[in-house]
Design a protein around this ligand. Structure first.
Ligand code: ACM
Ligand code: ZN
Length: 615
């Protein structure tokens, strides 16, 4: 039997004995910030002889512990012996001790002293997150893909108590507007899991392409994966590339990804859009539409299309068949049914839809949409699953058990919570990672914005107007990655990181907001993302020049930089700013003849790129 108390007492004595201010050991910088974290003096050094004692024989938990050895194998060139026994029976003085302790789902504690690294986990997820935290306590080199020579694998002594703020911590990826490989999706999930993000919202069907193999309807991927070409630049450009574009995930690949994610405590939530964003499916099976057109084609530009599912028995049969396969593939309790941006023009003209509205005593097409979604909800509930949909599922009345993903600002989320429906906050533009994160003048095309890192960080996902009772219905947060203007993995990573770190922190951390502390931790954290070859945006080091209207003829310049302890130096004569240029302290007025050029400096050295702005 594990004598848990004995370890805790031993550890407490050690912490007390080294509880003066830390000197040489590096400052702890964990993203997302743990609920409680206190650094103490000294380090626990992991070497090839460090034993790992675990109090379980369960294969899932052993797989979870194996993540520690996989990283060590890669970066340190050794693995640790995992001993399924009581360390006291081995007379073990030193080692990593992993013990179960009941507390809160996904929670863990770490007690690190020079001789012992004690992990108290609650469940597999808690153990996994403890290991993720240990990686972030170790030198960055632990994230390297190849053997790092001359590194001491020191974990600073500390005491950490950590549990999530919200059960749902999500990240979305639209794989329809652009398609992404399985390898990239695995990397995406790895980086999510590193940030304790536990829901991958996989957007699989759209007007511009159907990406999920459905055995009963092979045309969906044979034909529906393809669009004949893609708009170049903005959706309004009118210029097309003339190249067929396609891609889909086989059911075997889906199963593989679901397993891969589950090992990392990430649940994949599939999204099958209805009743709108259905043109790719309709192009394959025109009978799913209201039949107002002679010919349907997968969309070749972005936007909203009026060709939507017609609520006929044949359509419901199709959708039920699709969901049968989806439910078989994805164990997730939640199934995303889309629900956003469904134009009502076709339903208004369709004799079947109009007759249905009369027959069911519905007020209008909005109530028809609600009727459609309620019918699908009944089917999905009958299979033991729950639906979640975008805000618009509130139109015409919310389905009885539906959860809402609030994207149209906060309004929908607030209304749903007031109606006692669970809500995930993913408001546009605050949590939309497809918006610019730096000055649009010097960035490639994006959806809009900018939504700066600081704006994302400071957003509070629990709206103030909700009562304490209603606030309980906010179950979490999600960052949205729509890929109109992200044709490559590099572009996705650039747009998503490091802003997603801020959303992950809102989802996980109970420590409260502290922008300055966040930027200090984030700067260390960027070194980890470098090691993992995540091509994040480096706007963190660049000044952001905002010209705000003062009078009709004048503007004031407000300049900021995210990197901590940085000075902003600027010029107004077009010259390159140097460490000797004017120091920015407060907003100043500028005139039409002037160009502001600004750069950030630390210790006399430029740390980012020069940014400029004309009136
Ligand atoms: C959305 O961005 N249409 C949910
Ligand atoms: Zn119709």
């Amino acid at each position: 039997m594990i004598r848990r108390l004995a370890y805790i007492l031993a550890t407490l004595v050690l912490i007390a004995s080294c509880a003066s201010s830390p000197k040489e050991t590096p400052q702890i910088s964990i993203v997302p910030q743990p609920g409680f974290c206190q650094q103490t003096e000294g380090v626990f050094t992991i070497d090839r002889k460090t034993p790992v004692f675990v109090d379980f024989t369960d294969s899932t938990l052993l797989r979870t512990v194996a993540f520690l050895n996989e990283r060590l194998q890669k970066a340190a060139g050794f693995t640790l012996d995992v001993i399924q026994d009581d360390p006291l029976d081995h007379g073990a003085e030193k080692g990593i001790f992993i013990l179960n302790a009941g507390w809160k789902k996904e929670a863990y504690n770490l007690q690190v002293s020079p001789n012992r690294l004690l992990i108290e986990y609650v469940d597999g997820a808690g153990l996994f997150y403890a290991i993720q935290t240990i990686f972030q306590l170790l030198p960055d080199a632990i994230f390297a893909d190849s053997r790092q020579k001359g590194v001491r694998w020191d974990v600073p002594c500390c005491s950490i108590e950590d549990a999530p703020a919200f059960p749902y911590r999500g990240m979305h990826l639209d794989c329809c507007l652009h398609f992404f490989s399985m390898d990239f999706l695995k990397k995406y999930i790895d980086i999510m899991a590193m940030h304790k993000v536990n829901r991958f919202h996989w957007h699989l069907t759209e007007d511009q392409g159907w990406r999920l193999e459905i055995k009963k309807y092979p045309l969906l991927t044979e034909k529906g994966q393809w669009r004949k070409e893609t708009v170049i630049g903005s959706l309004y450009s009118g210029i097309y590339d003339g190249k067929p574009y396609g891609g889909y995930y086989s059911q075997e690949e889906v199963r593989e990804l679901v397993r891969y994610a589950a090992e990392r405590y990430v649940t994949i939530i599939p999204e099958i859009e209805l009743p709108g964003h259905a043109l790719a499916a309709i192009a394959c099976y025109p009978e799913l539409s209201c039949g107002l057109e002679d010919h349907y084609e997968t969309a070749t530009k972005w936007g909203i299309f009026k060709q939507v599912y017609c609520p006929k028995e044949t359509t419901f049969k199709f959708l039920e068949d699709v969901f049968d396969e989806v439910i078989e593939l994805f164990p997730s309790e939640l199934i995303h049914i889309g629900g956003d941006e469904c134009p009502k023009a076709s339903w208004k003209q369709c004799p079947h839809c109009q007759a249905l509205i009369k027959r069911e005593g519905l007020k209008d097409e909005f109530e028809l949409q609600s009727w459609f979604i309620q019918r699908m909800e009944r089917y999905i509930n009958s299979k033991g699953r729950q639906i979640i949909g975008w805000d618009e599922i509130l139109q015409g009345g919310l389905a009885p058990n539906a959860k809402v993903m609030s994207w149209l600002g906060e309004e929908g989320g607030i209304r749903a919570a007031q109606q006692h429906h669970e809500v995930v906050m993913s408001p546009y533009p605050k949590y939309y990672l497809d918006y610019w994160q730096a000055d649009p003048e010097s960035e490639p095309l994006a959806m809009g914005g900018p939504t700066l890192l600081r704006t994302m960080y400071e957003y509070n996902p629990v709206p103030e107007v909700l009562t304490p009772e209603e606030r309980k219905y906010i179950i979490g947060v999600e960052g949205c990655v729509w890929t109109e203007y992200m044709p490559t993995p590099a572009r996705v990573e650039y747009m998503a990181w490091p802003r997603m770190c801020a959303i992950a922190e809102a989802g996980w951390s109970t420590a409260g907001k502290d922008w300055d502390g966040f930027t200090r931790r984030l700067e260390k954290h960027l070194g980890r993302l470098d090691r993992l070859d995540v091509g994040y945006c480096k706007a963190f080091y660049d000044p952001y020049i905002d010209l705000r209207k003062d009078t009709e003829y004048s503007k004031v310049a407000v300049i900021s930089v995210d990197a901590p302890d940085a000075e902003i130096r600027y010029t107004l004569d077009g010259s390159e700013p140097t460490a000797q240029s004017a120091l920015y302290t407060i907003p100043f007025a500028i005139n039409r003849q002037q160009t502001i050029k600004a750069a950030a400096f630390r210790d006399g050295k430029k740390i980012g790129t020069t940014k400029y702005k004309n009136f």
